[in-house]
Design a protein around this ligand. Sequence first.
Ligand SMILES: Nc1ncnc2c1ncn2[C@@H]1O[C@H](COP(=O)(O)OP(=O)(O)OP(=O)(O)O)[C@@H](O)[C@H]1O
Ligand SMILES: [Mg+2]
Length: 253
Amino acid sequence: MRIPSGIDGLDELIEGGLLSNRVYLISGSPGAGKTTFGLQFLVQGAKMNEIGLYITLLDSPHNIIEDFSSYSFDLNAYLQQNKILFADVGPRLDYGYMDELNSIFSVGNGSNNFETESDAPSPASVFKEIETYVTQYNVTRLVIDSLSAMRFTKSDRIVEEKEISRFIRQLKRLGCTTVLLSELSGQDSYKTEQYAAHGVIILHSFLRDDELVRAFQIVKMRGTRHPCTLMELKFSDNGLKIHHNKISSRKTN
Ligand SMILES: Nc1ncnc2c1ncn2[C@@H]1O[C@H](COP(=O)(O)OP(=O)(O)OP(=O)(O)O)[C@@H](O)[C@H]1O
Ligand SMILES: [Mg+2]
């Protein structure tokens, strides 16, 4: 079944929408729009009465919610209706945000046992928490922000690849549609997560004639005919919008 992504201009490029119960990797450089993509995906689900869960490992839910208050989509309304849930599974210890957001339903009991604040959570511990929330709250749309903030065994490439593949395989069995966010580094090397995911989208930002240009590219979308070209990506008060004109990363002169 295809479901609307919530990203203006995307569904018409991918035969009507994302295939449900699959895992999509959204990769991008800092500030490229990864969090915005994830939230728009959950807002779309909430509009259709689905329950969405935003798993954050980097930033506090409070900061994310505050940052998105300037957009036209009414995130707070969906939070109050318990259609969008946030779970903080990162290593930070600032769980006091619950007091400030007393009208906002937020999962996450702050019981993570990390040795120090800087310890990143392991994929196994993150998955365990996700699985509990997904089952308990009947979550159908899931966003994980981000894969890059998890503690994989970086010292051994083969072990790291196995861990990433196992994590994505487990997500595929959860029964919800997952948007997995990741940092983009080294565009020339294809990463394990790109092979393992059902679909891969890259949010590019690059300098052209001293100006920062944003672009969108579908690298892979299993079972779907799609363009692979770079397309213009813009932010507006309604969030991310894909313009279907092709753009080039080359300098204009
Ligand atoms: N209301 C708005 N209207 C237009 N653009 C905005 C608005 N709010 C934020 N932005 C743009 O969105 C960018 C941040 O987007 P987002 O947080 O989704 O990126 P990200 O890829 O998740 O970043 P990070 O790597 O820091 O996690 C800002 O740098 C700004 O350029
Ligand atoms: Mg982000």
